[in-house]
Design a protein around this ligand. Structure first.
Ligand code: MG
Length: 383
């Protein structure tokens, strides 16, 4: 299919198109339809692929049954690497912004996929923000280069796949009957992540404890505003077998958070407080650890840098995800042997995963000994 400028503008409503040479960008703005431009060198494709959720996702004033997502591929010399941008609405990216971002890229100046650092530094410089779209390029490039090298990234980075942690399974805020039911369904998992930050916090924990003795961690999503109350809750949670507390207070409450971490009997983990590499420095002394997510930090390259920096500060690291296909989850899992905790259940929450990759067996992350990020297409996404 020929995809010219006019077609693109007509179907997408977007106007920003850059010129291309060498590494070519291919537009695919019609849902589930991708196009490929013929030519030599790297070929970038992207396609909208909304993720269908197994359960309706409800937050304070909205609910949704799908997550906007774009899948990417970069092809070079007959080898294809896959990437993904998952864009939950609260993060501010969308299919439109990602399409615009991809269309602005001019990768033609780079002739060698191994020049990853130059390529990804350039991608980061094209526009501010757009972290998920940047991650979609970063992941596809890592997958491609790993495939050319014939090695998975956990090996290239020197990690032992036997060191992968257990992954947590999330229990959202719900009626106590649903919480009980979801807990019973989560039996293969060795650690459950419980969403707190409401008046029902103690009821949530008591309900879960009435049916399981498994380890718990809690994610408060900035829900506690009084530091003494937060400390009292953490003492109580420790007695209930909770192992860490994620983002207990608002991200702006830096002094209160530093006090809480200093006095807390459990590790505190930054999530909303932290996005990219410079934020790790800011989290030092305020939190005990950080939650790294590829969609927030622009992908595997920066995630690896954040991991290394946090380790040098003696901070604990958790590797997390959004609702994602096995593509981005498998990419994140490459880092997991060096992480204390993993929260890599994003691909288990959707019903239309087009890839297979990282597995969870008896609650533990199992890396696949396959090159790149170790995924296989089980449903054709790119024509
Ligand atoms: Mg969180």
């Amino acid at each position: 299919m020929n995809f010219n400028r006019r077609n693109f503008i007509r179907t997408s409503g977007l106007t920003a198109i850059a010129g291309f040479a060498g590494i070519e960008t291919v537009f695919a703005v019609m849902k589930n339809k991708s196009t490929k431009k013929s030519g030599k060198g790297l070929v970038l494709r992207f396609v909208q692929y909304d993720l269908l959720l197994n359960h309706t996702f409800t937050i304070a004033n909205s609910s949704r049954n799908s997550t906007p997502d774009m899948l990417t591929s970069i092809e070079f010399d007959g080898i294809t690497g896959y990437g993904e941008a998952s864009m939950p609405p609260y993060l501010g990216e969308s299919v439109e912004t990602a399409t615009k971002f991809f269309s602005l890229l001019d990768l033609g100046q780079f002739k060698d996929p191994f020049q990853m650092d130059d390529i990804l530094t350039y991608v980061d410089s094209v526009m501010p923000g757009n972290c998920a779209a940047k991650a979609a390029i970063d992941i596809a490039l890592h997958d491609l280069v790993g495939k050319i090298m014939g090695q998975p990234w956990y090996k290239i980075w020197g990690f032992d796949p036997a060191d992968t942690p257990n992954t947590s399974f999330t229990i959202g805020i719900d009626t106590m009957e649903m919480v009980r039911q979801k807990t019973l369904e989560a039996t293969p998992y060795k650690i459950l992540k419980v969403k707190l930050g409401q008046k029902t916090d103690r009821d949530m924990i008591e309900t879960i404890r009435s049916v399981t003795n498994v380890s718990l961690c809690v994610d408060v999503n900035q829900g506690w505003t009084d530091r003494q109350m937060a400390l009292d809750m953490i003492h109580w949670l420790k007695e209930k077998g909770v192992v860490f507390v994620e983002q207990p207070m608002p991200k702006t409450a830096i002094d209160d958070m530093a006090w809480l971490t200093e006095n807390s009997p459990l590790p505190t983990i930054a999530d909303e407080s932290l996005q990219r590499l410079p934020d790790v420095m800011k989290a030092k002394g305020v939190y005990s650890g950080i939650n790294i997510k590829l969609m927030k930090c622009t992908g595997m390259r920066e995630a690896h840098q954040m991991l290394t920096l946090a380790e040098s500060f003696g901070m604990k690291v958790m590797i997390g995800c959004m609702t994602e296909t096995s593509c981005a989850v498998s990419a994140a899992a490459q880092l997991s042997p060096k992480c204390e905790w993993a929260d890599l259940d994003g691909n288990l929450l959707i019903s239309n995963d087009p890839y297979s990759g990282v597995q969870v067996v008896n609650g533990k992350v199992i890396l696949i000994d396959q090159p790149g990020i170790g995924i296989k297409e089980i449903k054709k996404v790119f024509e």
